[in-house]
Every structure is written in structure tokens, then in C-alpha cells.
Design a protein around this ligand. Structure first.
Ligand code: NAD
Length: 318
């Protein structure tokens, strides 16, 4: 964290859309930052959002929040990239790649011109390709370029499992790894509650251990984004809370384990691409990736997911 921000961390959010502003709202409620800057090509939108957020100041922890510009990235601890060219209903996350890569080519150099010490946190889709683009465009070390990745998909799986098992989602440990998107991989072989594998935990709470039920839950996780967008046009709340968890883990130097996207090197045969796996997050960013003891099918699916992301990244010349 920057030594200059004695009053607390400074977070810059590029993109004043649904995700960026819901995240700003969550940050304020949690009291995690003393300075929050929102930058958007649509300055009016950024200004309007900031006015609205500022009017809530009497009810939250003290913080300065303003609509800014790239020089405000100076001495920021974390810069969050939440821009978007505009996703249409029915478009997959990968369809977004070209347009959003063009935006990153404009904004990442703007950010790094003013700050080469911050952590970049990407949320723009297609997430893994955009995280890789941010890594390449910034030239930052790999620990300081993070994508929100499957923190959201993992949360969705934990929630749905918690409903099935009738237990607090915080006590469900089950990861989604790989792409934040259609080729993501559920790690059923390691899913557990109270350290007890699902197979042994299900009888404890009198529910069947049924592969079909679990596959159905996974499909709900995988399609959740599309289903929400079909109904309300956007997803914003859960992802904003996931971003808040990531930022908190960094700022508070928590050594928390979360599934986020980062550059992998020789992870079950996958190298030189950003994908989600559980990592230890602290003030330095990604301290370590945790090598899960996956089964053969999970490894094969993870490698397929990597191949899909690599193909898109190379089609963009990354
Ligand atoms: P949005 O359309 O509401 O907001 C995007 C904002 O980006 C707009 O305000 C737009 O003006 C701004 N923008 C566009 N070009 C810009 C530029 N060159 N410089 C600065 N700002 C620019 O979108 P949203 O719903 O907030 O989603 C943002 C991104 O997050 C999308 O890519 C979306 O797919 C992604 N998303 C990711 C996850 C995840 O889990 N990773 C979840 C939800 C959404």
C-alpha cells in the first residue's frame, strides 16, 4: 500500500457503470477506502454517480469520493478496470473481447503513465482475456495484475450448495476454476463442508448424494450470468461484493484464499495465460497460487478451458 495514503487506501475505479458504481457503494459501506476516484469516458455519468454517492456520506465511514481523470491514479493502491463497450443480450463474454480489448489498449497506458506501483484489478469481460491484456499492456509483475475471475462463480456455487445442504454458504468450500465463463470447471473432487467431502456430508444432512443434482447446480452457476441479464439486463451486486472481498484481502494483508484470475505458470500443464485458481491474496497482490490436487477429468477440463482462452488471446494479438 502506498505510504502517502496515511488516512487509508486510495482506490480508483475506471468505469462508472453498474459494476463500478455498485462496487464503490460497497466500498463506502465497508469503510475500506479513504479516497475513491471514479473515471469514465462519460464524465456526466461519473459526476452524477459521485454526487449520489456523496449524499450518503453522513451514513458511512468518512471518505473522499470524486469524479476524476487519469492523473488521479497517482498514488492509488488499487485501480479497478470496470469499463465496457456494451454487452447485448445473447452475446457471450468472449464476443466482447475485441471491443473491450480496444478500450484496455487506451486506458491501461493512461493508468500506468501515472502509477507503476499499484495493483490492477480487472472485472471487464471476457475476464481472463482482459486480465491477460492488462498484464501485457501494463508490463506489471504478475502478482499485481488480478482478474476477479471465478470469485463470483465460486460464490454462486457455494450459495446453491448451501441451499441444498441447508448450511451457511460461508461453511461450504467448493471451487470453480478456469475461465470466468462457459468453459469453467467445478472442482467436485475437493468440495467439502466442515472438512467432510460432499459424499460423506450429504447423509449427515439427509439429502441424496446425487451426481445429477450437482451437475444441475453447476449448470445453474454456469448460466447464472445469462439468466440474470435476461431478467434485469446486468449483473452487479454479487460481483461488487466479490471485488470488495478481493480489495479487503489486499488492503488488510489478509493472506485470504480466493479464486481469482492471474498469470499461471505450469499449473497442471497450463502456462502463459490468465485463469482462475485459488490463490493467497495479500498486500503484495497474488502471493501464491495454490496447486489443487485435481482428478484427471478436472485436469483435462481445466486444460480445455485454458486452450479456449489462449485461442481468443492470440486472435487479439496478445
Ligand atoms: P456498463 O455498461 O454499465 O458500464 C461500463 C462503463 O464503461 C460505462 O459507464 C462506459 O461509459 C464506460 N466506458 C466505456 N469505454 C470507456 C473508456 N474508454 N474509458 C472509460 N470508461 C469507459 O457495464 P457494467 O454492467 O458496469 O459492466 C462492466 C464490465 O464488467 C463489463 O465488461 C461486464 O461484462 C463486466 N462484468 C464482469 C463480471 C465478472 O464477474 N467479472 C460480472 C459482471 C459484469
Amino acid at each position: 500500500m502506498s505510504k502517502q495514503n496515511v488516512g487509508g487506501p486510495k482506490i480508483v475505479i475506471v468505469g462508472a457503470g453498474f459494476v463500478g458504481t455498485t462496487f464503490a457503494y460497497s466500498l463506502l459501506i465497508r469503510g475500506l477506502a479513504s479516497q475513491v476516484v471514479i473515471i469514465d469516458v462519460d464524465k456526466m455519468r461519473a459526476e452524477g454517480e459521485v454526487m449520489d454517492l456523496n449524499h450518503g456520506m453522513p451514513f458511512v465511514y468518512p471518505a473522499k469520493i470524486w469524479a476524476g481523470d487519469y492523473p488521479d491514479c497517482k498514488d492509488a493502491d488499487i485501480v479497478v478496470i470496470a469499463v465496457d463497450k456494451g454487452q447485448k443480450i445473447g452475446q457471450s463474454r468472449l464476443d466482447l473481447a475485441e471491443g473491450n480489448c480496444e478500450i484496455l489498449k487506451q486506458i491501461v497506458p493512461e493508468i500506468t503513465r501515472h502509477n507503476r506501483e499499484c495493483i490492477l484489478l480487472v472485472v471487464t469481460n471476457p475476464l481472463d482475456v482482459m486480465t491477460y491484456a492488462a498484464l501485457k499492456l501494463s508490463g506489471f509483475p504478475k502478482n499485481r495484475v488480478i482478474g476477479s475471475g471465478t470469485i463470483l462463480d465460486t460464490a454462486r456455487l457455494r450459495y446453491l450448495l448451501s441451499e441444498y445442504l441447508k448450511v451457511d454458504p460461508r461453511n461450504v468450500h467448493a471451487y470453480i476454476i478456469g475461465e470466468h465463463g462457459d468453459s469453467e470447471v467445478p472442482v467436485w473432487s475437493l468440495a467439502n463442508v466442515a472438512g467432510i467431502r460432499l459424499k460423506d456430508y450429504c447423509p449427515i444432512c439427509n439429502v441424496p448424494y446425487d451426481a445429477e443434482v450437482f451437475n444441475d447446480l453447476f449448470l445453474k452457476v454456469r448460466n447464472a450470468g445469462y439468466e440474470i441479464i435476461k431478467r434485469k439486463g446486468r449483473t452487479n451486486y454479487a460481483v461488487a461484493l466479490g471485488l470488495t472481498k478481493i480489495v479487503e484481502s489486499i488492503i488488510r494483508d489478509e493472506n485470504a484464499i480466493v479464486t481469482v484470475s492471474c498469470l499461471l505458470q505450469d499449473y497442471h500443464g497450463v502456462s502463459d495465460i490468465c485463469l482462475s485458481v485459488p490463490v493467497i491474496l495479500n498486500r503484495s497482490g497474488v502471493k501464491e497460487t495454490i496447486r489443487l490436487p485435481l482428478d484427471d477429468e478436472e485436469i483435462a477440463d481445466f486444460q480445455k478451458s485454458a486452450a479456449i482462452i489462449k485461442k481468443v488471446a492470440s486472435s487479439l494479438g496478445l
